[in-house]
Ligand binder design. Structure first.
Ligand code: PXP
Length: 253
């Protein structure tokens, strides 16, 4: 099986920086360190309220990293203009509500088809790979395909939450849906990514899904870096992903 790509999301390095409003810790420095530790790409979410990543961060990342940049953003005219200016390798369209703490659910692409269509078209025309962050539901995947997206990123948040709450029956049911969704997305010709909330404990079974080619992971890696350093936390995640991919170590811890 092809090696699974790891996209390291550096948003929460910016969260810590912004707590004091200065320049430290620098998300670009984290991105360069992540690349050295084995990240295949760097992911950053420019939120409409700029709560973590700033416009200047995107500009510096687009200019200075030597890994593909995956820009997560809401489908708004403002964000589209920023994406077209910097031309990241990929854009992942995500839902955004100001009151939420994080991206709590996938995009409802089925309901939002008409709104999303021009964004997918313009990004694709600029040769940016377009990814849609969705729940692993057949209708969402079919509409993502019809919209002309290249990639779907399957939302793993509910799976991780169920694990954290010790609700293993729910966790396993969601994992089964993720597996079926990945298979269906690949059958439709979509590239399959997954992410949100993944940790050392939960990454294995998702990494073992054969159709998944990329995981995007941020909050846990940055949190773990407090204890072990960013390099070690990324290397450990990479190792767990590779073990799961190789068939070993895919059991939940
Ligand atoms: N994938 C997408 C589309 C996201 O919006 C996020 C969070 O910004 C992630 C992955 C990473 O989630 P986490 O920070 O929980 O690992």
């Amino acid at each position: 099986m092809k090696q699974l790509r790891l996209g390291v999301n550096i948003d929460h390095v910016a969260t810590i920086r912004n707590a004091r409003g200065g320049k430290h810790p620098d998300p670009l420095r984290a991105a360069l360190m992540a690349a050295a530790a084995g990240a295949d790409g760097i992911t950053a979410h420019l939120r409409e309220d700029r709560r973590h990543i700033s416009d200047e961060d995107i500009e510096r990342l687009a200019r200075e990293i030597d890994r593909p940049l995956n820009l997560e953003m809401a489908a708004t005219e403002e964000m589209l203009a920023i994406a077209l200016k910097h031309k990241p390798h990929a854009v992942c369209l995500v839902p955004e509500k100001r009151e939420e703490r994080t991206t709590e659910g996938g995009l409802d692409v089925a309901a939002g088809h008409n709104l999303l269509a021009p964004f997918v078209r313009e990004l694709a025309a600029a040769k940016i790979r377009v990814s849609l962050f969705v729940e692993a539901q057949p209708v969402q995947l079919a509409v993502a395909r019809a919209l002309g997206a290249h990639v779907v990123e399957l939302h793993t948040g509910a799976y991780c939450d169920a694990h954290a709450h010790g609700d293993f029956a729910t966790r396993d049911a969601i994992l089964a849906r993720l597996k079926a969704g990945a298979k269906e997305a690949a059958r439709l010709g979509l590239e399959v990514h997954a992410g949100h909330g993944l940790s050392f404990e939960t990454v294995g079974p998702v990494a073992a899904i054969p159709e998944v080619v990329e995981l995007n992971i941020g909050h846990f890696l940055v949190g773990e870096a407090i204890f072990t350093g960013l390099d070690a936390s990324i290397r450990r995640m990479r190792q767990l992903m590779d073990e799961a991919r190789g068939g070993a170590g895919s059991a939940l811890a």
